[in-house]
Write a protein that binds this ligand. Structure first.
Ligand code: UDX
Length: 436
């Protein structure tokens, strides 16, 4: 099938590469010429395991091309995917400006029947909006359909998630249109839900809001565990064995960040309000998440106060492991608060330092290894649970530190082991190991 993907961000680039890998002819469009030039030269604008190889393979085979020429891309395509950014406005409302611009350009370029698919995360009603924009701006009045096909990929496992999604949601105005998408996705052999456009749009937000709710719920339980002397990791295990609850997304810690959950929860609250429904549950989820970084810094402060003469080694800056993405990363909030209190911060991340520099305060010292970050530190603060931190030589870490205090924002290490190794150890929702 001839496919055009407009927008080469996370979703667009990964989707385009995977469709090409399935044997389709894919052209990826972006209006940023520099990005397209980089992609044509084989350079990836994002870090994603397996992406570079997949893109290279399909470019070499001639199935995947990159261009700034949207009209040319649209004219040769049967299906056009809209995968442009949908950032949040200050009000929490989703900014659909890029979607509208692209819809207008598609309308102006279309010369024959085309299926336009919204893959960007867009609030319910956007399918209608796109249809209206296209109707208004068509130069050649050809028929078209607008479909909602939300993306559920996670950063760090984007290729795997796109090749083996839990489900494929297709919101289409008619069965016939749905069949076109069904045919495209058939080789993946994954469960498909065929529904109407607004339901598909809501499935995406409801899923992310529910996952965010699980995280804020367990973090609230973690607060209670801290006060009651209980262990949230045990509580989570006990809850997770109930199949109606399940263990996934019940890791207590610094809360959720990234480009999706914070934005999507705000957007759903806004959409609900616009439609006349209040969503106090989701507002509490957002507030609970906002509290996590300050709660963590209070723990650090309580143990080490005053912080103005202290050095802290921060491990992990990306919003989660296996990505260089710093959007809504908890490290920014944690480090800002530490620096505000006068602490010296020595930071290490395996891949996110390049992106972190612009977001973190100027005085932060960037280190080449976790051990360098911990050298002469009064405490090590773990913010992102990269696997390499799990495998650290903790004896070596302790010997380079001035004071062996560890603050684990993701419950990565076992309290018993930290105690044996002679650390003072504070984590989330578990009893601290205090110096004897
Ligand atoms: C998420 C959704 O999983 C994906 O389906 C959607 O399309 C986009 O948003 P992503 O933002 O890549 O994907 O990250 P994800 O792995 O889901 O983690 C989100 C955040 O939740 C991270 O900050 C992570 O640290 C946090 N988290 C996750 C927890 O704090 N506890 C958990 O138990 C799970």
């Amino acid at each position: 099938m001839n496919i055009c993907v407009v927008g080469t961000g996370y979703v667009g680039l990964v989707t385009g590469a995977v469709f090409a890998d399935l044997g389709n002819e894919v052209v990826c469009v972006d209006n940023v010429a520099k990005k397209i030039a980089q992609l044509q030269a084989g350079q990836m604008p994002i870090y994603e395991p397996g992406l570079e190889e997949m893109v290279a393979r399909n470019v070499a085979d001639g199935r995947l091309t990159f261009t700034t020429d949207l009209a040319a891309g649209v004219r040769r395509a049967v299906i056009v995917f809209i995968t442009v950014g949908t950032p949040a406005k200050d009000t929490g409302q989703t900014d659909l400006a890029a979607v509208e611009v692209v819809a207008r350009q598609i309308a102006e370029a279309m010369e024959r029947y085309t299926v336009i698919v919204n893959k960007s995360t867009v609030p319910v009603g956007t399918g209608n909006l796109v249809r209206e924009v296209i109707e208004r701006h068509q130069t050649t009045p050809v028929p078209f359909d607008v479909v909602s096909n939300p993306e559920f990929l996670r950063e760090g496992s984007a290729i795997e998630d796109t090749l083996r999604p839990d489900r494929i949601v297709i919101g289409a105005p008619t069965q016939q249109v749905a069949m076109t998408l069904l045919e495209l996705y058939a080789p993946l052999e994954r469960p498909m839900i065929i529904t109407d456009v607004p339901s598909a749009e809501i499935i995406k937000y409801a899923s992310n809001a529910f996952l965010a709710t699980k995280i804020s719920f367990i973090n609230s339980i973690a607060n209670i565990c801290e006060l009651a002397g209980a262990d949230v990791t045990q509580v989570m295990k006990g809850m997770g064995l109930d199949p109606r609850i399940g263990p996934a997304f019940l890791q207590a810690g610094l809360g959720y960040g990234g480009s999706c959950f914070p934005k999507d929860t705000d957007s759903l609250i806004h959409t609900a309000a616009t439609l006349g429904a209040d969503f106090p549950l989701l507002r509490a989820v957002v507030d609970t998440n906002r509290e996590r970084a300050s709660h963590f810094v209070r723990t650090i402060e309580k143990a080490l106060a005053p912080l103005d003469d202290k050095t802290l080694g921060v491990l992990g800056l990306a919003f989660k492991p296996n990505t260089d993405d710093m959007r809504e990363a908890k490290s920014v909030e944690v480090i800002n608060r530490l620096v505000e209190r006068g602490a010296t911060v020595r930071a290490y991340d395996p891949v996110a330092v390049g992106n972190a520099r612009a977001l973190l305060p100027p005085g932060v010292v960037y280190c080449e290894s976790p051990y360098a970050a911990a050298t002469d530190a009064d405490g090590v603060v773990l913010v992102t649970e990269w696997n390499e931190f799990k495998l650290l030589n903790l004896e070596r870490l302790r010997t380079v530190m001035r004071r062996p205090a560890v603050f684990d924002g993701r419950n990565l290490w076992e309290a018993e082991r930290m105690k044996r190794l002679g650390f003072e150890y504070h984590s989330m929702g578990r009893k601290p190991v205090l110096p004897s």
